[in-house]
Design a protein around this ligand. Structure first.
Ligand SMILES: Nc1ncnc2c1ncn2[C@@H]1O[C@H](COP(=O)(O)OP(=O)(O)OP(=O)(O)O)[C@@H](O)[C@H]1O
Length: 472
């Protein structure tokens, strides 16, 4: 398997409206521009416009079309494993900003990125970033470095927004109309690192049935985000350093040198300096990558961002799940503000999305939040807390309780109850979130469980119970 990539098409540089399509797959992330009048097909192989070599995709799986202000239309093209929106298999749907669909096991997310014709100022407004004082300073520095080609190292805990910031730098640079390719270095099998970076010729190794470009070739003059750079094995570090110094690659199985010009942004949650001292990360590569270093503070150190982020995720989740939740109660906000957020912005996003699905009134209250948050909050000190029912606190559930919460067919004549509908919605949502975490971590259950904040045992149980992997 190779993490590859794309037949790059040149695009109209002055479209009336643009959006980005993010494809999150086992080995990395593809980001492609969507412009009006230029549908983009996604699949496992040619003739799809974007090829992601994931076995859960059909050859030409789905088509995305930007239809102006109406959103983005997605059509399933008769795929085997289906196109899924909010847990439902769809043939055609119109997506709004922030919506996510599953193409087999590949997560596709859409984002408007403004009009190229209106320039960088308009981009800034349209970017879906929330910026408090700490982020404002960081974004100012990001804009300063965006115009050059200098390497940038982004440091921050998991889920603080390193990829979002990398995208921001790319979008504000002169190469913003070129591709941006994100690679999770921790998810590339060791033996495929070189062919992923540099490509390979047909027959270069067993299974190389056709030649493929690597990310350095595919990115052109664009940007490569090397996420989790600290996970790169030492031999791959040597190869990467060579490319950064010589700006040339040779595909595996070839001696022909190809000039490359992509800008590299590296990201890590690790202390690379300590790794250099421990000789697990090469000092020369570290200095090459960290010409400019930007540190993203954890969410617990920029609490002023919590409320605006929560409100942004509320709006996005309403669109994704077809709900109309209007607000967050002060008691629930107090819980959000108190919580230590070890999972950072991603955890906050998941909490709000879950609450939007669960809320039974048109506001999010403490009862819609996971129990771990309620315990930290000050809410309910004067009155009894509205605790979430056991069935809605999946992380706290025992396997037996989980078993009993899985859908069962209603007995003959039994009216379908509101709670059954709610349970199914919760489970569809849970399944989607688990699949997303697995896709984002290349199927690594330990890492996925950590990101979801649940024990690996619970995650494994849920994967089995939901049949994840069996249904594509
Ligand atoms: N400033 C922000 N404004 C809006 N959303 C944000 C912001 N920062 C992060 N997010 C959201 O938080 C989630 C995690 O962000 P992202 O993937 O960029 O984090 P990361 O640091 O790259 O994570 P990892 O370490 O796991 O690779 C995403 O849903 C992203 O959209």
């Amino acid at each position: 398997m190779n993490s590859t990539f794309v037949r790059t098409r040149r695009r109209d540089l002055v479209p009336s409206r643009r959006a980005a399509l993010l494809l999150i797959h086992r080995v990395g992330i593809e980001v492609r521009d969507l412009t009006e009048g230029e549908p983009l097909t996604v699949g496992r192989d040619t003739p799809a416009d974007v090829c992601v070599h994931d076995p859960t995709l059909s050859r030409v799986h789905a088509r995305f079309r930007l239809i102006g202000d109406a959103g983005i239309e997605v059509d399933d093209l008769g795929s085997t494993n289906g196109t899924w929106l909010s847990g439902r298999r769809i043939e055609r749907a119109t997506l709004a900003v922030g919506d996510e669909v599953m193409l087999g096991g590949v997560l596709a997310r859409v984002r408007f990125i403004g009009s190229a014709a209106t320039g960088a100022g308009a981009r800034e407004e349209s970017a879906d970033l929330v910026a408090g004082p700490a982020m404002t300073t960081l974004l100012r520095m990001a804009r300063q470095v965006a115009h050059g080609r200098i390497s940038v190292l982004l440091r921050g805990e998991t889920g603080t927004g390193k990829e979002v910031l990398a995208r921001y730098i790319h979008d504000h640079g002169t190469a913003r109309d070129e591709p941006m390719i994100c690679i999770n270095c921790g998810a590339i099998p060791k033996e495929l690192v070189e062919s992923t970076f540099f490509g390979h010729e047909r027959g270069a190794f067993t299974g190389a049935h056709q030649g493929r470009p690597g990310v350095f070739e595919s990115a052109g003059a664009g940007t490569i985000l090397l996420d989790e750079i600290g996970e790169l094995p030492l031999p791959a570090q040597v190869a990467l350093l060579r490319v950064l110094e010589e700006r040339r690659v040779c595909r595996v199985g070839s001696t022909r040198e190809i000039a490359v010009s992509a800008r590299v942004i590296a990201a890590t949650h690790r202390d690379l300096q300590a790794m250099v001292e421990a000789q697990t990360f090469r000092a020369d590569l570290y200095f090459r990558l960290s010409a400019v270093t930007l540190d993203i503070p954890p969410l617990r150190q920029r609490r002023e961002d919590i409320e605006p982020l929560a409100r942004q995720f509320l709006r996005a989740s309403n669109l994704t799940h077809g709900r109309a939740i209007e607000d967050i109660t002060p008691r629930a906000l107090a819980c959000l503000n108190e919580y230590p957020w070890s999972g950072n912005v991603r955890e906050l996003h998941n909490v709000i999305e879950r609450a939007v699905v669960l809320a039974v009134t048109d506001v999010i209250d403490v009862g819609d939040l996971p129990e771990r948050l309620v315990q930290h909050g000050q809410a309910g000190e004067d009155e009894p807390r509205a605790m979430p029912p056991q069935a809605m606190s999946p992380q706290a559930m025992s396997p037996r309780a989980m078993e009993s919460s899985f859908p069962r067919a209603p007995a003959r004549g039994e009216p379908s109850s509101v709670s059954a509908g709610l349970r199914e919605r919760v489970q569809a949502y849970e399944k989607e979130v688990i699949r997303e975490a697995l896709a984002a971590t290349g199927g690594n259950r330990t890492e996925a469980a950590r990101r979801l904040g649940m024990p690996v045992r619970t995650l494994s149980y849920k994967i089995k119970a939901f049949g994840i992997g069996e249904d594509g």
